[in-house]
Design a protein around this ligand. Structure first.
Ligand code: SF4
Length: 163
């Protein structure tokens, strides 16, 4: 992305940042955006009609600079990490369903449990397959649910990534 340009994305109509000060969205070379700049940019993004598309595109293309879709680079890195975990969890869940016994570390429980529920398994079956207690399954499910809105957004905009 051209330094100093607002995040106007090809194919997206009427972004709220179209006429905004680019300095709100992108820091000057070698500097960081201030809290005030970030807050102002996020406020604009909050009312932007293409916020979802902007965020999904920025996360998918790993935009490492500036405010996109109301998120900072650090927030997008965390989102990408979430996505990577959920993808890994889906792979492990497929292995579990096919009868393998992959090692599932506790850090991946939410992602694997989430995928197994989506595949139609119930809590008891999941607990038995992953050697978890019922309460651990429910906790893992609740943790995965916090990522759901974001995951649903990515699935809506890039369904092939999740095929
Ligand atoms: S979400 Fe924010 S950065 Fe993206 S197009 Fe809208 S105003 Fe611009």
């Amino acid at each position: 992305m051209e330094a100093g340009a607002p995040a106007v994305l090809p194919g997206l109509s009427a972004p709220a940042c179209r006429n905004a000060d680019p300095a709100l969205f992108f820091p000057a070379y070698g500097l960081q955006l201030s809290h005030t700049q970030i807050a102002a940019a996020k406020e604009l993004c909050g009312g932007c009609p293409v916020r979802e598309e902007c965020l999904a595109m920025a996360v998918r293309s790993d935009e490492s600079d500036g405010i996109w879709g109301g998120t900072t680079p650090l927030e997008r890195r965390r989102m990408r990490l979430q996505l990577a975990r959920m993808r890994q969890g889906a792979e492990l869940a497929r292995a579990v369903v096919s009868g393998e016994e992959p090692q599932v570390l506790p850090g991946l429980w939410p992602a694997v449990v989430h995928s197994l529920f989506r595949m139609g398994w119930n809590a008891e079956r999941i607990a038995a397959a992953l050697d978890m207690t019922s309460s651990q399954v429910q906790q893992a499910r609740a943790m995965a649910a916090r990522s759901q809105a974001f995951l649903a957004l990515m699935e809506r905009h890039y369904p092939k990534d999740w095929a």
